[in-house]
Design a protein around this ligand. Structure first.
Ligand code: SF4
Ligand code: SF4
Length: 71
């Protein structure tokens, strides 16, 4: 089974402003008392836009570049 990549939320840094929830173009997030959670993780396209909405750097969508090795 392939695991879907989702942005990582650091609840210690999150101030519960809701910007990522309202800004997500796919409605993948919802707000709870604890902070934003993925209510529709399948909707997330990993567009990384939520990183730009977050004023505290609490939500991160890191991208790893892998180089294909040639023989
Ligand atoms: S990466 Fe894009 S689609 Fe996924 S939660 Fe963030 S804003 Fe929404
Ligand atoms: S935008 Fe950042 S600080 Fe605001 S609710 Fe989302 S993760 Fe928390």
């Amino acid at each position: 089974m392939t695991q879907k990549a989702l942005p990582i939320i650091n609840f210690d840094r999150c101030d519960r402003c809701g910007a990522c929830v309202t800004g997500c173009p796919e409605q993948a997030l919802t707000m709870t008392k604890a902070g934003p959670v993925f209510i529709q993780p399948v909707n997330c396209t990993y567009c990384t836009a939520c990183e730009g909405f977050c004023p505290t750097g609490a939500i991160r969508a890191p991208i790893k570049v892998r180089w294909a090795l040639e023989n």
